[in-house]
Design a protein around this ligand. Structure first.
Ligand code: ADP
Ligand code: MG
Length: 394
Protein backbone atom coordinates (compact mmCIF):
# COMPACT_ATOMS: atom_id res chain seq x y z
CA UNK A 1 0.00 0.00 0.00
CA UNK A 2 1.16 3.48 -0.84
CA UNK A 3 1.74 5.99 1.93
CA UNK A 4 -0.73 8.84 2.15
CA UNK A 5 -0.75 12.24 3.78
CA UNK A 6 -2.19 10.54 6.88
CA UNK A 7 1.05 8.61 7.42
CA UNK A 8 3.02 11.76 8.27
CA UNK A 9 3.22 14.08 11.24
CA UNK A 10 2.71 17.38 9.42
CA UNK A 11 3.00 19.79 12.35
CA UNK A 12 5.38 22.66 11.58
CA UNK A 13 6.48 20.94 8.36
CA UNK A 14 6.63 22.52 4.94
CA UNK A 15 4.31 20.25 2.97
CA UNK A 16 4.42 20.56 -0.82
CA UNK A 17 1.10 19.45 -2.33
CA UNK A 18 1.08 18.88 -6.09
CA UNK A 19 -2.50 19.70 -7.12
CA UNK A 20 -4.34 19.62 -10.43
CA UNK A 21 -5.43 23.23 -10.85
CA UNK A 22 -5.54 22.88 -14.64
CA UNK A 23 -8.87 24.72 -14.90
CA UNK A 24 -10.42 26.58 -17.86
CA UNK A 25 -9.77 30.33 -17.43
CA UNK A 26 -11.17 33.04 -19.70
CA UNK A 27 -10.12 36.68 -19.25
CA UNK A 28 -8.94 35.96 -15.74
CA UNK A 29 -12.11 34.21 -14.59
CA UNK A 30 -12.39 30.50 -13.83
CA UNK A 31 -15.06 28.75 -15.92
CA UNK A 32 -15.21 25.45 -14.03
CA UNK A 33 -13.88 25.23 -10.50
CA UNK A 34 -14.62 21.55 -9.85
CA UNK A 35 -10.90 20.72 -9.80
CA UNK A 36 -10.30 23.38 -7.15
CA UNK A 37 -13.09 21.99 -5.02
CA UNK A 38 -11.74 18.46 -5.45
CA UNK A 39 -8.41 19.58 -3.95
CA UNK A 40 -9.86 21.16 -0.79
CA UNK A 41 -9.97 18.03 1.34
CA UNK A 42 -6.22 17.49 1.25
CA UNK A 43 -5.40 21.18 1.72
CA UNK A 44 -7.79 21.47 4.67
CA UNK A 45 -6.35 18.33 6.27
CA UNK A 46 -2.81 19.74 6.00
CA UNK A 47 -3.90 23.05 7.55
CA UNK A 48 -5.79 21.35 10.34
CA UNK A 49 -2.62 19.44 11.16
CA UNK A 50 -0.55 22.64 11.41
CA UNK A 51 1.45 22.28 8.21
CA UNK A 52 2.91 25.11 6.16
CA UNK A 53 1.10 24.34 2.93
CA UNK A 54 2.95 24.93 -0.36
CA UNK A 55 0.79 24.30 -3.44
CA UNK A 56 2.03 23.59 -6.96
CA UNK A 57 0.23 22.90 -10.24
CA UNK A 58 0.58 23.17 -13.98
CA UNK A 59 -1.93 25.10 -16.11
CA UNK A 60 -2.29 24.71 -19.88
CA UNK A 61 0.72 24.45 -22.16
CA UNK A 62 3.30 27.23 -21.99
CA UNK A 63 5.20 27.62 -25.24
CA UNK A 64 5.84 31.37 -25.57
CA UNK A 65 6.45 34.36 -23.26
CA UNK A 66 2.90 35.56 -24.14
CA UNK A 67 1.41 32.29 -22.84
CA UNK A 68 2.54 33.36 -19.36
CA UNK A 69 -0.20 35.97 -19.10
CA UNK A 70 -2.85 33.51 -20.21
CA UNK A 71 -1.69 30.74 -17.92
CA UNK A 72 -0.79 32.46 -14.66
CA UNK A 73 -2.19 30.72 -11.57
CA UNK A 74 -3.05 34.07 -9.95
CA UNK A 75 -6.84 33.67 -10.47
CA UNK A 76 -6.58 30.24 -8.85
CA UNK A 77 -4.94 31.74 -5.74
CA UNK A 78 -7.75 34.30 -5.51
CA UNK A 79 -10.53 31.74 -5.88
CA UNK A 80 -8.86 29.30 -3.49
CA UNK A 81 -8.62 32.06 -0.87
CA UNK A 82 -12.42 32.33 -1.02
CA UNK A 83 -13.03 28.57 -0.99
CA UNK A 84 -10.64 28.04 1.95
CA UNK A 85 -11.64 31.25 3.76
CA UNK A 86 -7.93 31.88 4.18
CA UNK A 87 -5.66 34.13 2.15
CA UNK A 88 -3.54 32.10 -0.23
CA UNK A 89 -0.23 33.88 -0.82
CA UNK A 90 0.63 33.83 -4.51
CA UNK A 91 4.24 33.99 -5.68
CA UNK A 92 4.51 34.75 -9.39
CA UNK A 93 7.81 32.88 -9.70
CA UNK A 94 8.69 29.20 -10.06
CA UNK A 95 12.10 29.60 -8.41
CA UNK A 96 14.43 32.18 -6.84
CA UNK A 97 14.93 34.50 -3.91
CA UNK A 98 11.43 35.99 -3.75
CA UNK A 99 9.89 32.51 -3.58
CA UNK A 100 12.39 31.25 -1.01
CA UNK A 101 11.87 34.31 1.20
CA UNK A 102 8.08 33.99 1.04
CA UNK A 103 8.37 30.36 2.12
CA UNK A 104 10.77 31.18 4.96
CA UNK A 105 8.21 33.65 6.32
CA UNK A 106 5.37 31.10 6.40
CA UNK A 107 3.69 30.22 9.68
CA UNK A 108 1.84 27.01 10.47
CA UNK A 109 -1.52 26.77 8.59
CA UNK A 110 -0.39 29.35 5.99
CA UNK A 111 -1.03 28.50 2.35
CA UNK A 112 1.21 29.58 -0.52
CA UNK A 113 0.77 28.91 -4.24
CA UNK A 114 3.78 28.81 -6.55
CA UNK A 115 3.36 30.03 -10.17
CA UNK A 116 2.47 27.54 -12.96
CA UNK A 117 5.13 24.82 -13.02
CA UNK A 118 5.05 24.84 -16.83
CA UNK A 119 6.61 28.32 -16.94
CA UNK A 120 9.78 26.24 -16.58
CA UNK A 121 9.02 24.67 -19.98
CA UNK A 122 10.11 27.88 -21.71
CA UNK A 123 13.65 26.98 -20.71
CA UNK A 124 14.20 23.62 -22.41
CA UNK A 125 10.98 21.95 -21.14
CA UNK A 126 12.51 21.51 -17.72
CA UNK A 127 9.19 20.70 -16.04
CA UNK A 128 7.75 18.38 -18.70
CA UNK A 129 11.05 16.56 -19.28
CA UNK A 130 11.63 16.10 -15.55
CA UNK A 131 14.90 18.02 -15.37
CA UNK A 132 16.77 16.47 -12.45
CA UNK A 133 18.06 19.74 -10.97
CA UNK A 134 14.62 21.34 -11.11
CA UNK A 135 13.03 18.42 -9.21
CA UNK A 136 15.81 18.63 -6.62
CA UNK A 137 15.42 22.39 -6.28
CA UNK A 138 11.65 22.23 -5.77
CA UNK A 139 12.12 19.41 -3.25
CA UNK A 140 14.56 21.65 -1.32
CA UNK A 141 11.67 24.06 -0.66
CA UNK A 142 9.76 21.54 1.50
CA UNK A 143 9.97 18.67 3.98
CA UNK A 144 7.24 16.32 2.69
CA UNK A 145 5.74 15.86 -0.79
CA UNK A 146 2.10 14.93 -1.34
CA UNK A 147 0.85 14.04 -4.83
CA UNK A 148 -2.82 14.94 -5.19
CA UNK A 149 -2.75 15.59 -8.94
CA UNK A 150 -4.39 12.45 -10.27
CA UNK A 151 -4.82 14.09 -13.70
CA UNK A 152 -1.05 13.98 -14.32
CA UNK A 153 -0.26 10.69 -12.60
CA UNK A 154 0.64 9.20 -16.03
CA UNK A 155 3.22 11.90 -16.70
CA UNK A 156 6.86 12.02 -15.58
CA UNK A 157 7.30 15.66 -14.70
CA UNK A 158 9.71 17.49 -12.39
CA UNK A 159 6.75 18.59 -10.25
CA UNK A 160 5.58 15.05 -9.55
CA UNK A 161 8.22 12.37 -10.24
CA UNK A 162 11.12 14.81 -9.75
CA UNK A 163 10.10 16.12 -6.32
CA UNK A 164 8.90 12.70 -5.11
CA UNK A 165 12.34 11.27 -5.92
CA UNK A 166 13.90 13.70 -3.47
CA UNK A 167 11.51 13.85 -0.49
CA UNK A 168 9.52 11.58 1.83
CA UNK A 169 6.17 11.37 0.05
CA UNK A 170 2.62 10.11 -0.09
CA UNK A 171 -0.72 10.43 -1.87
CA UNK A 172 -3.37 13.05 -1.20
CA UNK A 173 -7.04 12.16 -0.67
CA UNK A 174 -8.14 12.84 -4.25
CA UNK A 175 -5.47 10.63 -5.84
CA UNK A 176 -6.01 7.89 -3.27
CA UNK A 177 -9.77 7.95 -3.90
CA UNK A 178 -9.41 7.80 -7.70
CA UNK A 179 -7.08 4.82 -7.44
CA UNK A 180 -9.41 3.02 -5.05
CA UNK A 181 -12.42 3.55 -7.30
CA UNK A 182 -10.66 2.65 -10.55
CA UNK A 183 -9.07 -0.44 -8.98
CA UNK A 184 -12.59 -1.88 -8.58
CA UNK A 185 -12.64 -2.15 -12.38
CA UNK A 186 -9.35 -4.01 -12.68
CA UNK A 187 -9.06 -6.10 -9.50
CA UNK A 188 -11.78 -8.75 -9.20
CA UNK A 189 -14.61 -6.60 -10.61
CA UNK A 190 -18.12 -7.76 -9.67
CA UNK A 191 -19.72 -9.72 -12.51
CA UNK A 192 -21.46 -9.38 -14.89
CA UNK A 193 -19.11 -6.60 -16.00
CA UNK A 194 -19.83 -4.66 -19.19
CA UNK A 195 -17.69 -1.98 -20.76
CA UNK A 196 -19.02 0.65 -23.17
CA UNK A 197 -16.43 2.07 -25.54
CA UNK A 198 -16.97 4.90 -27.98
CA UNK A 199 -15.23 8.07 -29.04
CA UNK A 200 -13.70 8.96 -32.33
CA UNK A 201 -10.84 6.50 -32.76
CA UNK A 202 -10.06 2.82 -32.20
CA UNK A 203 -6.37 3.66 -31.92
CA UNK A 204 -7.01 5.73 -28.75
CA UNK A 205 -8.63 2.74 -27.04
CA UNK A 206 -6.56 -0.28 -28.07
CA UNK A 207 -4.67 -0.27 -24.75
CA UNK A 208 -7.92 -0.29 -22.76
CA UNK A 209 -9.47 -3.00 -24.96
CA UNK A 210 -6.43 -5.29 -24.63
CA UNK A 211 -6.15 -4.83 -20.87
CA UNK A 212 -9.84 -5.15 -20.00
CA UNK A 213 -11.18 -7.64 -22.54
CA UNK A 214 -10.36 -10.64 -20.36
CA UNK A 215 -11.77 -9.02 -17.22
CA UNK A 216 -15.07 -7.94 -18.75
CA UNK A 217 -17.97 -10.09 -19.94
CA UNK A 218 -19.01 -7.78 -22.77
CA UNK A 219 -17.66 -4.76 -24.60
CA UNK A 220 -20.34 -2.65 -26.30
CA UNK A 221 -18.88 -0.57 -29.11
CA UNK A 222 -20.36 2.72 -30.29
CA UNK A 223 -19.13 6.11 -31.48
CA UNK A 224 -16.83 6.73 -34.42
CA UNK A 225 -14.70 3.70 -33.56
CA UNK A 226 -17.64 1.36 -34.26
CA UNK A 227 -17.24 2.00 -37.99
CA UNK A 228 -13.75 0.56 -38.25
CA UNK A 229 -15.19 -2.55 -36.55
CA UNK A 230 -18.24 -2.60 -38.85
CA UNK A 231 -15.98 -2.26 -41.88
CA UNK A 232 -13.87 -5.15 -40.56
CA UNK A 233 -17.08 -7.17 -40.20
CA UNK A 234 -17.81 -6.57 -43.90
CA UNK A 235 -20.37 -3.74 -43.84
CA UNK A 236 -20.46 -0.76 -46.15
CA UNK A 237 -19.99 2.25 -43.85
CA UNK A 238 -20.43 5.03 -46.43
CA UNK A 239 -18.35 8.07 -45.52
CA UNK A 240 -18.24 7.33 -41.76
CA UNK A 241 -14.97 7.86 -39.93
CA UNK A 242 -12.71 4.82 -40.40
CA UNK A 243 -9.11 3.98 -39.52
CA UNK A 244 -7.97 1.81 -42.41
CA UNK A 245 -4.76 0.74 -40.69
CA UNK A 246 -6.77 -0.62 -37.74
CA UNK A 247 -9.18 -2.78 -39.77
CA UNK A 248 -7.03 -5.89 -39.45
CA UNK A 249 -6.72 -5.37 -35.66
CA UNK A 250 -10.53 -5.11 -35.43
CA UNK A 251 -11.00 -8.23 -37.57
CA UNK A 252 -8.59 -10.16 -35.34
CA UNK A 253 -10.32 -9.35 -32.07
CA UNK A 254 -13.78 -9.82 -33.60
CA UNK A 255 -12.67 -13.33 -34.62
CA UNK A 256 -11.14 -14.01 -31.22
CA UNK A 257 -14.05 -12.70 -29.13
CA UNK A 258 -17.15 -13.08 -31.32
CA UNK A 259 -19.57 -13.17 -28.38
CA UNK A 260 -17.88 -10.50 -26.31
CA UNK A 261 -17.68 -7.56 -28.69
CA UNK A 262 -21.14 -6.16 -29.40
CA UNK A 263 -21.49 -3.84 -32.41
CA UNK A 264 -24.38 -1.49 -33.30
CA UNK A 265 -27.19 -2.86 -35.46
CA UNK A 266 -28.62 0.51 -36.48
CA UNK A 267 -27.20 3.97 -36.89
CA UNK A 268 -28.25 7.61 -37.19
CA UNK A 269 -26.70 8.97 -40.36
CA UNK A 270 -26.40 12.31 -42.14
CA UNK A 271 -24.42 13.67 -45.04
CA UNK A 272 -22.72 16.24 -42.81
CA UNK A 273 -21.72 16.55 -39.17
CA UNK A 274 -23.54 19.76 -38.25
CA UNK A 275 -26.60 21.19 -36.47
CA UNK A 276 -30.00 21.07 -38.19
CA UNK A 277 -28.88 18.55 -40.77
CA UNK A 278 -31.40 15.98 -42.11
CA UNK A 279 -30.87 12.65 -40.34
CA UNK A 280 -31.78 9.05 -41.21
CA UNK A 281 -32.22 5.94 -39.14
CA UNK A 282 -30.47 3.08 -40.95
CA UNK A 283 -29.78 -0.58 -40.33
CA UNK A 284 -26.06 -1.14 -40.65
CA UNK A 285 -26.51 -2.84 -44.02
CA UNK A 286 -28.41 0.19 -45.36
CA UNK A 287 -25.85 3.00 -44.99
CA UNK A 288 -25.65 4.99 -48.23
CA UNK A 289 -22.38 5.93 -49.88
CA UNK A 290 -22.59 9.68 -49.11
CA UNK A 291 -23.78 9.23 -45.49
CA UNK A 292 -21.82 8.99 -42.28
CA UNK A 293 -22.88 7.36 -39.04
CA UNK A 294 -22.97 9.90 -36.21
CA UNK A 295 -24.89 8.16 -33.44
CA UNK A 296 -26.17 4.72 -32.50
CA UNK A 297 -29.82 4.01 -33.33
CA UNK A 298 -32.80 3.04 -31.10
CA UNK A 299 -32.56 -0.71 -31.82
CA UNK A 300 -28.92 -0.71 -30.80
CA UNK A 301 -29.94 1.02 -27.57
CA UNK A 302 -32.39 -1.82 -26.90
CA UNK A 303 -29.68 -4.40 -27.49
CA UNK A 304 -27.14 -2.53 -25.34
CA UNK A 305 -29.76 -2.23 -22.58
CA UNK A 306 -30.02 -6.02 -22.40
CA UNK A 307 -26.29 -6.27 -21.79
CA UNK A 308 -26.41 -3.58 -19.10
CA UNK A 309 -29.58 -4.19 -17.10
CA UNK A 310 -28.29 -6.96 -14.84
CA UNK A 311 -24.69 -5.84 -14.60
CA UNK A 312 -22.86 -5.39 -11.32
CA UNK A 313 -20.03 -3.35 -12.86
CA UNK A 314 -20.14 -0.92 -15.79
CA UNK A 315 -17.28 1.15 -17.13
CA UNK A 316 -17.83 3.66 -19.91
CA UNK A 317 -15.28 5.56 -21.95
CA UNK A 318 -16.03 7.46 -25.14
CA UNK A 319 -19.38 9.01 -26.20
CA UNK A 320 -21.36 6.73 -28.57
CA UNK A 321 -22.25 9.63 -30.87
CA UNK A 322 -21.34 13.23 -31.66
CA UNK A 323 -23.17 14.34 -28.52
CA UNK A 324 -21.98 17.93 -28.98
CA UNK A 325 -24.56 18.23 -31.78
CA UNK A 326 -28.19 17.94 -30.69
CA UNK A 327 -29.19 15.67 -33.59
CA UNK A 328 -26.66 13.07 -32.44
CA UNK A 329 -26.88 13.28 -28.65
CA UNK A 330 -29.66 10.73 -28.15
CA UNK A 331 -27.51 7.58 -27.91
CA UNK A 332 -25.15 9.01 -25.29
CA UNK A 333 -28.00 10.58 -23.31
CA UNK A 334 -30.14 7.41 -23.30
CA UNK A 335 -27.18 5.24 -22.35
CA UNK A 336 -26.51 7.52 -19.38
CA UNK A 337 -30.13 6.99 -18.41
CA UNK A 338 -29.85 3.21 -18.83
CA UNK A 339 -26.67 2.79 -16.76
CA UNK A 340 -27.90 5.04 -13.96
CA UNK A 341 -31.06 2.93 -13.67
CA UNK A 342 -29.12 -0.27 -13.00
CA UNK A 343 -27.83 -1.42 -9.63
CA UNK A 344 -24.30 -1.63 -11.01
CA UNK A 345 -21.17 0.10 -9.78
CA UNK A 346 -20.79 2.65 -12.59
CA UNK A 347 -17.63 4.47 -13.59
CA UNK A 348 -17.32 7.03 -16.35
CA UNK A 349 -13.83 8.04 -17.47
CA UNK A 350 -12.31 10.15 -20.24
CA UNK A 351 -12.50 13.90 -20.72
CA UNK A 352 -15.37 14.02 -23.23
CA UNK A 353 -17.39 11.22 -21.63
CA UNK A 354 -17.22 12.96 -18.24
CA UNK A 355 -18.27 16.17 -20.00
CA UNK A 356 -21.28 14.39 -21.51
CA UNK A 357 -22.28 13.08 -18.06
CA UNK A 358 -22.16 16.62 -16.68
CA UNK A 359 -23.85 18.23 -19.73
CA UNK A 360 -26.83 15.88 -19.47
CA UNK A 361 -26.81 16.14 -15.67
CA UNK A 362 -26.20 12.52 -14.72
CA UNK A 363 -22.99 13.06 -12.75
CA UNK A 364 -24.62 12.62 -9.33
CA UNK A 365 -26.23 9.32 -10.31
CA UNK A 366 -22.96 7.71 -11.41
CA UNK A 367 -20.86 5.91 -8.78
CA UNK A 368 -17.67 7.60 -9.95
CA UNK A 369 -16.92 10.20 -12.63
CA UNK A 370 -13.14 10.20 -12.89
CA UNK A 371 -11.47 13.61 -12.83
CA UNK A 372 -8.53 12.12 -14.66
CA UNK A 373 -9.25 11.97 -18.40
CA UNK A 374 -6.05 10.57 -19.90
CA UNK A 375 -4.81 9.50 -16.47
CA UNK A 376 -7.81 7.25 -15.82
CA UNK A 377 -7.37 5.58 -19.22
CA UNK A 378 -3.65 5.08 -18.60
CA UNK A 379 -4.51 3.53 -15.24
CA UNK A 380 -7.01 1.14 -16.85
CA UNK A 381 -4.59 0.30 -19.66
CA UNK A 382 -2.28 -0.94 -16.95
CA UNK A 383 0.59 1.17 -18.30
CA UNK A 384 3.37 2.06 -15.92
CA UNK A 385 2.65 5.23 -13.98
CA UNK A 386 6.04 6.53 -12.81
CA UNK A 387 4.61 9.38 -10.73
CA UNK A 388 2.54 6.81 -8.81
CA UNK A 389 5.16 4.06 -8.63
CA UNK A 390 7.67 6.44 -7.00
CA UNK A 391 5.36 7.02 -4.01
CA UNK A 392 6.71 5.33 -0.85
CA UNK A 393 5.17 2.06 0.29
CA UNK A 394 3.94 1.69 3.87
P1 ADP B 1 -12.96 10.69 -24.14
O1 ADP B 1 -12.38 12.09 -24.11
O2 ADP B 1 -14.11 10.52 -23.20
O3 ADP B 1 -11.90 9.64 -23.98
P2 ADP B 1 -12.85 10.59 -27.01
O4 ADP B 1 -11.95 11.78 -27.01
O5 ADP B 1 -12.26 9.30 -27.37
O6 ADP B 1 -13.61 10.48 -25.62
O7 ADP B 1 -14.05 10.82 -28.05
C1 ADP B 1 -14.93 11.90 -27.99
C2 ADP B 1 -15.32 12.39 -29.35
O8 ADP B 1 -15.79 11.34 -30.20
C3 ADP B 1 -16.45 13.36 -29.24
O9 ADP B 1 -15.97 14.65 -29.53
C4 ADP B 1 -17.48 12.87 -30.27
O10 ADP B 1 -18.02 13.91 -31.06
C5 ADP B 1 -16.67 11.93 -31.11
N1 ADP B 1 -17.54 10.93 -31.77
C6 ADP B 1 -18.47 10.14 -31.20
N2 ADP B 1 -19.13 9.43 -32.13
C7 ADP B 1 -18.62 9.77 -33.33
C8 ADP B 1 -18.90 9.39 -34.68
N3 ADP B 1 -19.84 8.50 -34.96
N4 ADP B 1 -18.16 9.96 -35.66
C9 ADP B 1 -17.22 10.87 -35.37
N5 ADP B 1 -16.90 11.27 -34.12
C10 ADP B 1 -17.59 10.73 -33.10
MG1 MG C 1 -11.37 13.23 -25.61
Amino acid sequence: MKKTIKDYDLSGKKVIIRCDFNVPIENGSIKDESRLKASLKTIRYARKNNAKVILMSHLGRVKTEEDKQKYTLKPVAERLSVLLRKKVTFVNQTRGKELEEAISKMKNKDVLLIENTRFEDLDGKKESNNDKDLGKYWASLGDIFINDAFGTIHRSHASNLGIASNLPNGLGFLTKDEIKKLTKLTDKPKKPYTIILGGAKVSDKIGVISNLINRADYILIGGGMAFTFLKAAGFNIGSSICEKEKISYCREILDKYPDKLILPIDIITATEMKENVKTHERFINEIEEDEMGLDIGPKTLEVFKQYLDDCKTIFWNGPVGCFEIQEFENGTKKLLDIITNTKAYTVVGGGDTARAAVTFNYQDKISHVSTGGGASLAFLEGTKLPALNIIDEK
